[in-house]
Ligand binder design. Structure first.
Ligand code: EAX
Length: 325
């Protein structure tokens, strides 16, 4: 520190220190289930950089790993953690309206999924969180899910008959695998690798970014590019996080969520482009010739049940969505 001999400067500095109100800093902890180098970590970092910059550090974002997504969401709901950024896998148990996005083969591609989630339909579903004591801030992305296993190559539905497949704690996914003749075994992500190592389950299903980020090639031999369901990500916060925000800070908070979403999706896109070659290089047998039409035909009875139990008209609106319409 530069020494100042005498003069008014020390007095002025002292007066400023006393006069300036202590700049209160608010910490927002965001729990995420995968390594910080993952597509979720990209989302948290994008959110962090944007919010801290826009508020000159009055808000500080702390990333904290928790690979039990249901537990993390419960913590946000009771207020011991401010926010969660991860998949919507268990979210249907908190906000049933989100299950409509878990229906297999509902979305054609990433543009379709992102367009629906960022548009009127996605925003309408986010508005349902408040009735459950949660704030649905913004959709993020996990990616299209693919099947891995250690028993055999899978090309068509009959190949997974009798296979013990770990699923998320997601009733829509579980019904699909039951309909295909597999044995769905729901568990938190935190239990997955031990279950695969011990042979408790034969396989699991996850997007390429998750398989790559967690080196699931070390415990799974076969990857089949089923793309059987799109897995949204989401940023959920406790409503108290924004309750006392000024309009300007709330605008900065929402803009930071969009920045996080864009960083998260960019990472998914990058992982999708490089991940399959990386998994082959790590020794996985990758099956690209998948009879998806046969999988959809085999799921017919499940689709009928989904139409009965969910908002069938909404399902058709999502399925028929086109950009700009
Ligand atoms: O969110 O549990 C899962 O399979 C999720 O896709 C994973 O935790 C990443």
């Amino acid at each position: 520190m530069t020494e100042h001999r005498g003069g008014l400067l020390p007095l002025a500095l002292a007066a400023m220190a006393i006069a300036a109100p202590a700049l209160a800093q608010t910490t927002i902890t965001v729990q995420h289930p995968l390594p910080i180098a993952s597509h979720y970590g990209a989302g948290v970092n994008g959110f962090k950089e944007s919010l801290e910059r826009a508020t000159n550090g009055r808000y500080r974002v702390v990333a904290q790993r928790n690979d039990n997504e249901r537990e993390a969401i419960e913590s946000v709901q009771i207020g011991t953690v401010e926010c969660y950024l991860g998949s919507t896998g268990p979210v249907g148990n908190f906000v049933p309206e989100t299950r409509v996005f878990d229906v297999p083969f509902l979305f054609r591609d990433y543009a379709h999924a992102r367009g629906v989630l960022d548009g009127e339909i996605g925003q309408q579903v986010l508005s349902r969180f408040s009735a459950r004591g949660l704030l649905g801030v913004a959709w993020m992305e996990n990616g299209f899910r693919h099947l891995t296993n250690s028993r055999r190559e899978v090309h068509q539905p009959g190949d997974i008959r009798g296979m013990k497949v770990r699923t998320m704690e997601n009733q829509v996914h579980m019904r699909a695998f039951t309909t295909l003749g597999a044995l769905p075994t729901p568990m938190a992500f935190s239990e997955l690798v031990p279950a695969l190592q011990q042979g408790t389950v034969d396989g699991q299903e996850n997007p390429i970014p998750v398989i790559v980020a967690n080196n699931l090639n070390q415990v799974q031999r076969y990857l089949t590019l089923t793309g059987h369901v799109y897995s949204p990500g989401i940023l959920i916060c406790n409503p108290d996080v924004v309750a006392r925000m000024s309009a300007a800070d709330r605008a900065a908070f929402n803009a930071a969520a969009v920045a996080g979403r864009d960083a998260n999706r960019a990472k998914v896109t990058a992982d999708e482009e490089s991940g399959i070659a990386a998994l082959r290089a790590r020794g996985m047998t990758v099956t690209t010739e998948v009879d998806r039409a046969a999988f959809q035909t085999a799921l017919a009875s499940a689709f009928q049940q989904y139409e009965r139990e969910m908002d069938g008209a909404l399902l058709r609106r999502i399925r028929d969505w086109q950009p700009g319409r």
